[in-house]
Design a protein around this ligand. Structure first.
Ligand code: SF4
Length: 432
C-alpha cells in the first residue's frame, strides 16, 4: 500500500511543479513515506534523515517531509526530536500535501498534519489521474482495520475500516488499463472487508470483482490482504465465477494454535480457517494459499509451535512470510513478557525450512509443464523476459517478439525456490 501511496504522492506534488529525481543531491524536497509494521521503523526514519543531512551538509537544506504510518504514530514528537524535519503528514492526510508544501514555503512554519480524513483523501485523489502505467498496478480500495489484533499497529495508524466508492475504483481501473495496465492488484489492510454502503445497499468486494472482471483489456485481478473472518461465501464463489481472478489467495493465519490465536485476538480459530480453505478448494480446485506466520508470540510453547507446523503441512502453503514476534509500542501485546529469542530463532528456522521445502516441491511440479505468464518486462540486453504466472511465481524465459502486457505460454525447464525458468512454448495466449 505504501508503494501505491508513494506513487499517488508523486502525482499530487507534480501538480505544484515537482518531479521525481533519482539524483539525491538534485532534490529540493525529500518525502520519506514510512511503514510502521517493520521493527524499529521509527529509528530507521531518523537514520535516513541523518543520511540526507550528511549529503546536504554544505548545500542548501531541502524540504524534509515524513509521511505514512510512522508520521501518524510519532506525530509532533518527530518535529521535536529532529529539527531537520519540516513536516509530518499521516497516511490519511497526504492528499493535502501540495497545499501543505505551498503553505510551508510561504510561512516557513513546521507542519503536523495527522488527521484521519480518509473520505476527503479519496475525493481529492480521484481528481488527479493515477499515472502508474505498469503492467501490474495497485489500486487501494479499502483502508484501516477494526479487528485490533493484539500485536498490530494498523488500527491506530490507519484508523477504522473505510471502503472507497466503487465508481472511483472502476474509473481508476479503466484509466490504468487505458495506459497499459493488464493486471490490477486491489489493496486494503482488510481488503475483503470491503463493503460500500449506498442507500443501505451493500456493494461488497464480490460485486466489485464482477464489475472489474468486465473491463475488456484487463487480463488479471488479485486482491490483498484478506482476513479469514471476511472470506464470505459470495467472495469465495468469485474464484469460480470470475475468470480474471487469479487462483491464489494471501490469507494470513499467523499461528496454528487456537490458544495463540486467542491471545492474538485474531477472531478465528484453526478449524474456521480450515473450513475456509476447504470452501475455496471446492470453488476452484487449483487455488493455492499463502500466509503470514508470527513465531515466538508471547506464551507460545513447543506444542503451539508444533500445531503451526502441522497446519502448514495440512494446507500446503506457498509464497508465505514468517517473522519472529517483536512488540510494537502502544499495542496490547507489547505489555506481555517476551519469549526467549534464541528459542524463537530456532523455531523460525525450522518453520522456514518447511515452507522452503513446500515451495521447492511446488516449483518442481511445474517442470515440463506449460505455464501461462503475463509479461512484465524484457530483461536488459537479453532475449529473455520476466513475468508472473497465475500464482504470482516469478518466471524468466526465452522468447522472441514478445511485448510486455501479453499473456504467453511458457514451458518450464528449471526452477529454484524463488523463480521458474523456461522458454516460450506455443502461440501467445488469447487475451482474456
Ligand atoms: S486484521 Fe490485519 S491489519 Fe487488522 S489488526 Fe489484525 S493484523 Fe492488523
Amino acid at each position: 500500500m505504501n508503494e501505491y501511496d508513494s506513487n499517488r504522492i508523486c502525482d499530487l506534488v507534480s501538480t505544484i511543479g515537482f518531479k521525481k529525481t533519482l539524483v539525491k543531491r538534485d532534490a529540493d524536497c525529500f518525502i520519506l513515506n514510512t511503514c510502521h509494521i517493520r521493527e524499529k521503523a521509527t529509528e530507521k526514519v531518523y537514520h535516513e534523515i541523518g543520511r540526507v543531512k550528511k549529503d546536504f551538509k554544505n548545500l542548501r537544506k531541502p524540504l524534509v517531509i515524513v509521511s505514512g504510518c510512522v508520521a501518524q504514530a510519532e506525530s509532533q514528537e518527530m518535529l521535536k526530536r529532529e529539527p531537520y524535519i519540516d513536516m509530518v503528514v499521516g497516511p490519511q492526510s497526504y492528499h493535502k500535501i501540495g497545499d501543505l508544501i505551498l503553505n510551508y514555503e510561504r510561512k516557513k512554519e513546521k507542519i503536523n498534519q495527522t488527521d484521519f480524513d480518509v473520505i476527503k483523501k479519496f475525493d481529492e485523489l480521484k481528481k488527479i489521474p493515477n499515472t502508474e502505467s505498469k503492467i501490474s498496478s495497485y489500486i487501494t480500495i479499502q483502508e484501516g482495520c477494526d479487528k485490533f489484533c493484539n500485536f498490530c499497529v494498523v488500527p491506530y495508524t490507519r484508523g477504522p475500516e473505510y471502503s472507497r466508492p466503487p465508481e472511483q475504483i472502476i474509473y481508476e481501473a479503466n484509466n490504468l488499463v487505458d495506459q497499459g495496465t493488464r493486471e490490477i492488484i486491489l489493496l486494503g489492510q482488510n481488503v475483503n472487508a470491503y463493503n460500500f454502503l449506498d442507500n443501505n445497499t451493500d456493494y461488497k468486494l464480490s460485486l466489485l470483482l464482477k464489475d472489474l472482471n468486465k473491463i475488456k483489456n484487463l487480463k488479471r485481478i488479485r486482491f490483498t490482504t484478506s482476513h479469514p473472518k471476511d472470506m464470505t461465501d459470495d467472495l469465495i464463489n468469485c474464484y469460480k465465477d470470475c475468470e480474471k481472478l487469479m487462483p491464489i489467495l494471501h490469507l494470513p493465519v499467523q499461528s496454528g494454535s487456537d490458544k495463540i490465536l486467542r491471545l492474538m485476538n485474531r477472531k478465528h480459530d484453526k478449524n474456521f480457517y480450515l473450513s475456509i480453505v476447504k470452501k475455496l478448494k471446492n470453488a476452484n480446485k487449483d487455488i493455492k494459499i499463502s500466509s503470514d506466520f508470527i513465531l515466538g508470540y508471547p506464551g507460545e510453547t513447543k506444542k503451539d509451535f508444533q500445531e503451526t507446523i502441522e497446519l502448514i503441512k495440512q494446507v500446503n502453503f506457498i509464497n508465505s512470510y514468517s517473522f519472529i514476534y517483536s512488540p510494537r509500542p502502544g499495542t496490547p501485546a507489547a505489555q506481555n513478557k517476551e519469549n526467549d529469542l534464541l528459542e524463537s530463532k530456532i523455531r523460525l528456522k525450522k518453520l522456514q525450512n518447511i515452507l522452503e521445502d513446500l515451495q521447492l516441491k511446488n516449483n518442481q511440479n511445474y517442470v515440463s509443464q506449460e505455464n501461462e505468464v503475463l509479461i512484465e518486462n524484457k530483461l536488459e540486453g537479453q532475449e529473455k523476459y520476466f513475468g508472473r504466472d497465475k500464482f504470482m511465481n516469478p518466471v524468466k524465459f526465452e522468447a522472441e517478439n514478445c511485448k510486455p502486457g501479453e499473456l504467453v505460454n511458457v514451458k518450464i525447464t528449471s526452477f529454484n525456490k524463488n523463480s521458474l525458468f523456461g522458454s516460450q512454448k506455443t502461440d501467445k495466449v488469447k487475451a482474456a
